[in-house]
Write a protein that binds this ligand. Structure first.
Ligand SMILES: Cc1ncc(COP(=O)(O)O)c(C=O)c1O
Length: 676
């Protein structure tokens, strides 16, 4: 059915500005993609809109007063005499006014001159009308108009020229001399001009915006388009206008009437208030924007951006990325030409890895099993059992004591850390001071676990995605990641390694506990005795864990607290006992075959699935936009089928586990095993 799309629809691609905006929303990034003001609309015009709705101005409506005010405004600003009854067409924002002007004037094959870079909708509208955009580049860094380039771009088919001043995206305000050249060419070539003047009130350094229509011979051939959007911070209200000679304004009005009928009625009423705003309003708008412009220039220049052109109007700024800066996006890396790296900064590389805690635990447990067990003692009594493993137990008690002494006894001083506050800038950073001067704190910012990692590994070499970001204090979506709630503590952004050195010692104790389950297998032959002993041992561990928790030692995986160690060891012991019962006693092997296969290739499954390597590769391929990938689409499908986000995700995870079980089974059948 795609063939049914019209030729012009096929030529129009999705708006890159809106795609970036959606991406920014998805990444919770500062959205600099779409040009919209970030301040509230003036109260008097909001009140006017509310009162228009309350007065039931809710039907199709043409508010002639808007045209009257627009006519008065262009007279005051540019000295142009406009008949508000015939020369103004109210539209849904400048966007519709511009589109209607193009449709009113451009036939297939007509050429339309656009200055490059230009606002993205111009080219789209010209193309939709069947016109041919002809680009005339403005010369950086000052974005000057080279008249010879302009002259060369005119042909017999040139029907119109589009001029946007103050300019998006450079911040340029066309000079009188440049406008004179454009006007001269338009007149001598009998060409129309369509101007976009949405930033007419936003100019800096006492520069004045001059309308192209105000040059001799231009008013009769110019369509001025503009709107309330930028001047009053109401980009969503959709009230704009076209000012043109009566025949053209009438054509634009007719197109507007057939496409949208009218601009939103209550907001046309509110426009009356907006357009009556006193000169002081526009003066303070200019002042505010100018101080913001100066602020951002200083800030960006301070962190290495190159700014060669100081914006003269609108609210855009062209800044060149610092040489050492790469844009990092959730879906991959952007690289400057000739700067291809894998995005790994060795000065900030994380020393500890995802598997290191397990490896430390297994390593300590295995060397203790080799060296700290008295292999000459054969166990024929409980006393002999104790004697055989005594040194190993003492060693684990020693490790545990070291951990506890450090956790509760080590003095943690104040500290500070740097975090970058822009998504892609590694150099723009904020220093956060963390006040500690305590011993024994188990709170996120001042515990000894983090302190030891900072001391030994260095702040730059530990995990930078703060593990505490999912707590209620640090995420509005807790227990998931999300934006910081208002007034969140500074330490929310502090680095912390969930695989830290001190907590790994305690994780090793869990492995020592695991060894004891193995000892029971080796020393006792009967199933019943093993199951009994394991169950008692596991329940005791759980009980001790819960008692410790009640006594005030919180369950914290990040710190691997004593209570967490006991409970995780006890729970794992119970799972082992249950699986032993099912597989070895009841001989029910089929239901656990997937687990068996996974165990045979645990490293492959861990690296590909748990470390997200496989999903990341799959997600790299998508259809049209990044969220249309196989992984996200399957999860969305489950959620749709089950009518629930939670249950859908659960089903997706189960399917994932099944997939990896079968994959491991396939490797097993092929005799492929990857081990260290
Ligand atoms: C140059 C330019 N023209 C027009 C518009 C859109 O104006 P409106 O909201 O009135 O459709 C924008 C919005 O970013 C713009 O930058």
């Amino acid at each position: 059915m795609e063939g049914k799309l019209s030729r012009s629809a096929k030529k129009i691609t999705s708006s890159s500005i809106q795609e970036l905006s959606q991406l920014a929303q998805r990444c919770n990034a500062i959205n600099l993609a779409e040009g919209f003001p970030d301040f509230p609309a003036p109260t008097h015009i909001k009140n006017a809109a509310v009162s228009a709705i309350n007065s039931d101005f809710n039907q199709y409506r043409h508010v002639q007063g808007v045209c009257d005010h627009v006519a008065r405004m262009v007279k005051e600003m540019h000295g142009l005499d406009i008949d508000p009854l015939t020369d103004v067409a109210i539209c849904c924002g400048q966007s519709e006014a511009f589109a209607a002007a193009i449709f009113a004037t451009i036939d297939p094959g007509d050429e339309v001159i656009l200055f490059d870079p230009s606002y993205e909708t111009y080219e789209a509208c010209v193309t939709m009308a069947g016109g041919v955009p002809i680009h005339v580049p403005l010369d950086p860094p000052q974005w000057t108009l080279d008249s010879s380039k302009l002259l060369r771009s005119f042909t017999e088919r040139t029907k119109a020229i589009v001029l946007n001043s103050p300019h998006n995206p450079t911040g340029k305000v066309f000079t009188k001399e440049e406008l004179e050249i454009v006007a001269g060419e338009c007149c001598s070539r009998n060409c129309l001009a369509i101007t976009d003047e949405v930033y007419e009130h936003i100019t800096y350094d006492y520069l004045k915006h001059i309308s192209l229509a105000s040059f001799p011979g231009m008013q009769e051939r110019t369509v001025i388009t503009s709107s309330l959007s930028k001047s009053f911070s109401v980009t969503g209200w959709r009230v704009g206008w076209a000012i043109a000679p009566a025949f053209l304004a009438s054509a634009i009005r007719n197109i507007h009437a057939r496409v949208t009928d009218c601009a939103p009625a209550p907001f046309q009423e509110a426009a009356l208030s907006a357009l009556r705003s006193p000169p002081e309003y526009f003066e303070s708008l200019r002042r505010d924007y100018q101080s913001k412009r100066d602020y951002i220039i200083k800030l960006l220049a301070g962190v290495g951006f190159k700014i060669e052109f100081i914006p003269q109007g609108s609210f855009f700024l062209f800044a060149e990325l610092p040489d050492n800066c790469s844009l990092l996006d959730v879906c991959g890396y952007f690289h400057g030409r000739g700067k291809l790296t894998y995005g790994v900064d060795l000065s900030k590389i994380r020393w500890l890895g995802v598997l290191q805690r397990i490896s430390i635990g297994y390593f300590l447990a295995s060397i203790s099993e080799i060296w700290l067990v008295n292999h000459n003692i054969s166990v024929d009594s409980p006393a002999a059992f104790v004697k055989k493993y005594f040194i190993q137990w003492m060693f684990s008690i020693l490790l545990c004591s070291v951990y506890l002494c450090l956790l509760y006894g080590l003095y943690v001083p104040n500290w500070k850390f740097e975090h970058s506050n822009l998504l892609w800038s590694s150099r723009l950073s904020i220093i956060e001071n963390v006040h500690c001067e305590v011993r024994g704190s188990l709170e996120p910012p001042c515990n000894a676990v983090g302190f030891i990692d900072r001391l030994i590994l260095g702040k730059d070499h530990i995990y930078q995605r703060p593990v505490y970001r999912r707590t209620e204090e640090c995420s509005v979506n807790s227990p998931d990641y999300g934006p910081l709630p208002p007034g969140s503590p500074g330490w929310c952004l502090a680095p912390f390694d969930p695989e830290g050195i001190l907590s790994s010692l305690m994780a090793a104790i869990t492995c020592f506990m695991g060894l004891q389950y193995g000892h029971i297998i080796v020393l006792l032959q009967g199933h019943k005795q093993r199951v009994l002993l394991w169950s008692v041992f596991s329940f005791c561990l759980l009980l001790v864990g819960y008692i410790l928790e009640i006594l005030g030692i919180p369950l914290s995986k990040a710190l691997y607290t004593l209570s967490y160690m006991f409970i995780s060891a006890g729970a794992s012991g119970l799972v082992l006992t249950a699986i032993y019962y099912i597989v070895d006693i009841e001989q029910l092997r089929k239901p656990t075959i997937l687990l068996q296969w996974m165990g045979m290739n645990a490293l492959v499954v861990y690296a590909l699935a748990a470390c997200d390597i496989f999903p990341a590769v799959i997600q790299g391929f998508y259809w049209h936009s990044p969220e249309n990938n196989l992984v996200d689409a399957s999860e969305a499908l489950m959620q749709t089928i089950l009518h629930s986000e939670k249950w859908g995700t659960m089903a997706f995870v189960i399917v994932e586990i099944l997939f990896w079980g079968l994959f491991a089974g396939f490797l097993h059948k092929k005799g492929i095993y990857i081990k260290l």
